[in-house]
Design a protein around this ligand. Structure first.
Ligand code: SF4
Length: 215
């Protein structure tokens, strides 16, 4: 369990957690260098988020559904916005994250959802035990259980991001099969950087399948 961040320590955006889980350098390019670029996958992702990005509250079958809900955790130094949060009649709270990837390729969303759960637990004082990633390409939900292991790994990612932000340190490129589908490949130049220095990228958190995409 991480300690409460000091006032001068960086606040971590919840969305940064998914980027870091996909590739630490991608996270650094966005949040350290303030760089971003779109490709077809990010544009499709933005289109899929249009509904989820509109702050609204609806009720369906007794479930209160909040879209674009601001979330935060003082304890973990987190803030951001949840695509969808469902408040069920039995008291359970379920965050839902929208992704364009097919349901079997949304591994890195697990960490983002877990970071959302950490925020929601602090905000509402209730345990959040599971969430779901919604694949807009297959229109299917994948349930994600917030296990002890997932919580520990998510907390580790949050602290790695905070360290990166405080030190303004850009991680090395992974230069692997994640890169062709990454919208930042032309800003990152992974092959060129990797050829300049021998880098070790064994510490990446998630090795996607061949066609995994960064949203
Ligand atoms: S191009 Fe590759 S190394 Fe560079 S940010 Fe994207 S995934 Fe990471």
């Amino acid at each position: 369990m991480s300690s409460v961040p000091a006032e001068d320590e960086a606040v971590v955006m919840v969305s940064a957690v998914a980027h870091y889980a996909y590739c630490p350098r991608r996270c650094g390019l966005i949040y350290v260098e303030n760089l971003f670029d779109d490709n077809v996958f990010t544009l499709l992702g933005s289109a899929a988020h249009v509904r989820a990005d509109q702050p609204t509250e609806t009720t369906k079958h007794g479930v209160i559904i909040e879209h674009a809900l601001p979330i935060w955790s003082d304890k973990h130094g987190l803030c951001g916005r949840a695509d969808v949060v469902e408040f069920h009649p039995d008291g359970s709270i379920l965050p839902v994250e929208y992704k364009i990837s097919p349901k079997h390729r949304i591994e890195h969303a697990r960490f983002q959802l877990c970071a959302q759960a950490i925020c929601l637990e602090e905000m509402f004082g209730r345990a959040v035990t599971s969430g779901a990633a919604y694949s807009s390409s297959s229109h299917q939900r994948v349930s994600v259980a917030f296990t002890t292991e997932l919580r520990e790994e998510t907390a580790r990612i949050i602290e790695l991001i905070r360290k990166m932000l405080v030190e303004q340190n850009l991680p090395p490129p992974v230069n692997d099969r994640r890169c062709p589908n990454c919208s930042l490949v032309h800003l990152c130049v992974p092959e060129g950087i990797s050829n300049l220095a021998s880098v070790h990228c064994e510490d990446f958190l998630f090795l996607p399948s061949d066609r995994e995409v960064a949203e």
